[in-house]
Write a protein of this length. Structure first.
Length: 299
């Protein structure tokens, strides 16, 4: 081939290559902001949904657990983490609870269920649930419709009433469902009702703990308003257990709804009044805190 033709071909190829590089560079310059903006949009959308899911879970399925802060961490256009710092209010004393590290990306979100689900300590002589990070004992509820459990249903009231200068939370499981009015008549005024156990899945618990989730809410200063918010939240939570509860109770007034148990907080000495009460099927102590002179208990 003639050298002049070869030279012309090389120049043509070089020109084409240069043209391709320039076009590619321009395309990248144009598409990169679009890709970045699109990535941030989907990441932000997943982040927002994860925040909502975490707050929703805490509203209906976290007995006496408060979210102190919830912040985004390691955020990028591809995803990130949400850190949820939690605590328990034990009659005015804040007790640290497990911190959740949940994640999100373009495809969805993942709640930190590993820390939400308590650990189990089980020997021939003892069984209890505990928070995996703090190792504090978890107060366990027992459904009145489940006749047989894997271990004896505890009644810790005598033990905790003998603890001097402490505050405690106790999950009180009833022998049968009661209305709010009936409960107010049974619970002493010097104890705080901080959470109502409304429903859970009725599972086979005879051979071991099934890890069923309990659902309820903080009655706060206005139980009727809190119940309305609980119903609205359950509709968003939406699983088989919550749908079954809603099908029976959605149209009822709060005064008509039956409650399966309560979480109480107070000074340990004040729990003595509940000893040997027939309406109590089980009493499971959870977190406790030693009282100090510079923090006054709420009751």
């Amino acid at each position: 081939m003639d050298s002049s033709i070869k030279t012309a071909l090389k120049k043509a190829k070089l020109k084409q290559l240069l043209k391709t590089v320039i076009i590619s560079f321009i395309v990248v310059i144009i598409l990169l902001p679009i890709f970045y903006k699109t990535g941030n949009y989907f990441a932000a959308k997943s982040s927002s949904k994860l925040h909502e899911a975490l707050f929703l879970h805490n509203a209906v399925a976290a007995p006496n657990i408060q979210i102190n802060s919830q912040v985004t961490s390691n955020s990028s256009m591809f995803g990130g983490n949400i850190i949820t710092n939690r605590s328990k209010n034990i009659n005015g004393y804040l007790v640290q609870w497990s911190t959740l590290t949940s994640s999100y990306d373009w495809l969805g979100r993942k709640i930190d269920f590993n820390e939400l689900i308590p650990g189990f300590y089980w020997t021939d002589n003892e069984f209890y649930e505990y928070d995996k990070q703090t190792k504090n004992k978890v107060a366990t509820f027992y459904h009145p419709s489940i006749q047989e459990y894997y271990a004896d249903i505890p009644n810790d009231l005598v033990a905790i009433s003998q603890m001097d200068n402490y505050v405690a939370e106790v999950a009180i499981s009833f022998d049968q469902p009661y209305t709010w009015k009936e409960i107010e008549e049974k619970i002493p005024d010097n104890l705080n009702i901080v959470w109502l156990f409304m429903t859970s899945n009725i599972a086979n618990e005879s051979k071991g703990p099934s890890g069923v989730q309990v659902y309820g809410f903080d009655p706060s200063d206005s139980p009727k308003d809190a119940y309305k918010y609980f119903i609205d939240s359950l509709e968003k939570y939406d699983n088989e257990t919550t749908r079954e509860f809603l099908s029976v109770n959605k149209k009822k007034q709060f005064d008509e709804v039956k409650i399966l148990g309560v979480m109480l907080t107070g000074q340990t000495k004040n729990f003595k009044a509940l000893e040997n009460q027939a309406f109590i099927r089980g009493a499971s102590v959870g977190a406790t805190a030693q009282m100090v002179p510079y923090i006054k208990p709420e009751k």
